[in-house]
Design a binder for this molecule. Structure first.
Ligand code: LMR
Length: 334
């Protein structure tokens, strides 16, 4: 009897021991948008791939819609190690002291995704990600969202229509300058608060790609939307550096592969997700969608070009020039 008990205890210990050895590494991945957006879908894709490739050694918990943290808090939580991964918009790294990401906010700096990928998939983009390391953060990839439209309760068809309007922006000095250059009043606000601010009239309008607007129902509280495509919004996928560097090498290799696969997926679906959202906004009949003519768009471009020069001292003239070089953009040719 005693021997049986002993054997039983040893077996139980063995089981417990191996269970403990196999306890998965948990990655909390927090973000602020809806699950049904390019970033929401890509983070779920990453979860699936990471769990598959690590054969269960890693469990990824995705928290969408600011369920865990809002914009500013999530970066603090990552640095403290309360979450392991995030994918903040490139417009949100200024308060952390990494101003270079704001180069992506410069109005009309990218004509399209092809221009953008020359930067995000090349040495200039990689160089910007590296700037995160002294902050205890490792930059893993860029994920696309898309090009922004302006929305408001009175039509925005010309740069002059922005004058005097309070517009919600992300926490980027370039975006602040963009709105001021048009004579508007920029209001920095967390993404989770935008719908209510639009609904109650705390702000008059905003800017975002269509997938963000539609999934937050912003179109239900905004009468007009203008397809200005005046700037890009995308993400840096980042991890707590101590956590990432401390992973077993095989697991980190699997996660790098999972990230490569999810980046390809994110960048494949971003445009179609935004197109679908625009169609859904049109179909709702709640917002009047305006497509500016070529000349009307050019008027926005010309009005916003001074922002590039004004922000040189903040972002770095060389960095701006290196992006022009990658994309062939020449502000003088407008
Ligand atoms: C915003 O705050 O408007 C966006 O950065 C939200 C997001 O993560 O796409």
């Amino acid at each position: 009897m005693k021997l049986r008990t002993l054997l039983f205890s040893l077996a139980a210990l063995g089981i417990c021991g191996s269970a403990a050895a196999q306890a998965p590494i948990v990655i909390k991945f927090s973000h602020v948008v809806a699950a049904d957006t390019p970033k929401g879908k890509a983070s779920e894709f990453f979860k699936k791939r990471a769990e598959e490739l690590t054969k269960g050694k890693v469990r990824v918990e995705v928290y969408a819609n600011s369920a865990l943290y809002k914009d500013k808090e999530e970066l603090e939580a990552l640095q403290l190690g309360a979450v392991q991964m995030l994918a903040p918009s490139l417009a949100k790294f200024g308060p952390l002291g990494v101003k270079e990401f704001e180069v992506f906010d410069l109005p009309y700096i990218f004509d399209d995704y092809t221009d953008l990928h020359r930067v995000t998939q090349g040495p200039v983009g990689m160089g910007i990600l590296k700037k995160l390391e002294p902050k205890g953060i490792v930059g893993l990839a860029y994920w696309d969202n898309g090009f922004k439209s302006f929305s408001a309760n009175t039509p925005i068809r010309t740069p002059a229509d922005v004058k005097g309007k309070k517009l919600r922006i992300q926490s980027s000095k370039v975006l602040e300058e963009e709105i001021r250059t048009l004579g508007g009043l920029p209001q920095v606000m967390a993404f989770s608060e935008v719908y209510q601010a639009l609904q109650t009239g705390v702000v008059d309008g905003t800017e975002n790609p269509h997938s963000n607007m539609y999934t937050q129902k912003m179109h239900e509280v905004q009468k007009y939307l203008t397809l200005t495509d005046h700037g890009y919004l995308g993400y840096a996928v980042i991890a707590n550096k101590k956590f990432w560097d401390g992973l077993p090498a095989d697991v980190r290799g699997n996660l790098e592969q999972a990230m490569k696969d999810s980046t390809a997926y994110a960048n494949k679906i971003a445009q179609e997700e935004n197109d679908k959202s625009l169609e859904a906004i049109k179909k709702s009949g709640k917002t009047q969608v305006y497509v500016p003519t070529r000349d009307e768009k050019l008027a926005f471009k010309r009005a916003l070009m001074p922002v590039h020069q004004k922000m040189e001292s903040r972002i770095g003239k060389d960095l701006i020039q290196s992006i022009y070089k990658e994309t062939g953009f020449d502000p003088a040719k407008l």
